[in-house]
Design a protein around this ligand. Structure first.
Ligand SMILES: [Cu+2]
Length: 180
């Protein structure tokens, strides 16, 4: 009697096991489906955010060391009068206009800036922009000096510069700009 009960219960157990196995299998399949339906999009969103944050950091040049540091010299003559170039261009808010190159600058500075009124332009960049070199135009964009309607004549190391805006800045170069 006991035996038959035992056998019976074993059978029942087996049945239950089979049932629960197939139930588990079903739920596993469902879970896999759920994972595909929700898990993958969630993972994709997380990955996208990660990539976005990384690119943002890269864009801002976070942690990027200075790789280029050159010093051209600019002499400014306005209507025949020598004009000093302000210090802290690309640092003081009032002398810091075009922000499009910020990501290449060291922290708190445009990659083109001045530290004093000597006319030394500091080009300090966290990127080697050989294919898109820094130009005198970039410097004036950062400065924000209004040159609208002015006649500009530029001589760099004794050579006449046809278009100052596209003139590539070089280390130690002496640039004379006449504004009238
Ligand atoms: Cu410098």
């Amino acid at each position: 009697m006991k035996k038959s009960i035992k056998i019976g219960s074993n059978k029942d157990n087996n049945k239950d096991n089979n049932k629960s196995d197939s139930y588990l299998a079903l739920s596993r399949r469902k879970r896999r489906k759920k994972l595909l339906k929700f898990g993958i999009p969630i993972m994709a969103v997380i990955a996208a955010f990660g990539i976005f944050a990384f690119m943002q950091a890269q864009d801002r040049g976070i942690g990027a060391p200075m790789v280029s540091h050159i010093h051209p010299n600019l002499t400014l003559v306005t209507d025949g009068n020598p004009t000093s170039i302000p210090e802290n261009i690309g640092m003081d808010q009032s002398l810091y206009n075009d922000r499009s190159l910020d990501k290449y600058g060291m922290s708190g500075m445009a990659p083109l800036h001045t530290h004093d009124s000597s006319g030394t332009i500091h080009v300090e960049s966290n990127a080697n922009r050989n294919s898109i070199p820094y130009t005198l135009g970039d410097f004036f964009n950062v400065w924000g000096l209004d040159l609208e309607g002015k006649t500009i004549k530029v001589i760099a190391n004794g050579n006449s510069v046809p278009d100052f805006r596209s003139h590539k800045l070089k280390d130690g170069e002496n640039i004379v700009m006449e504004i009238t």
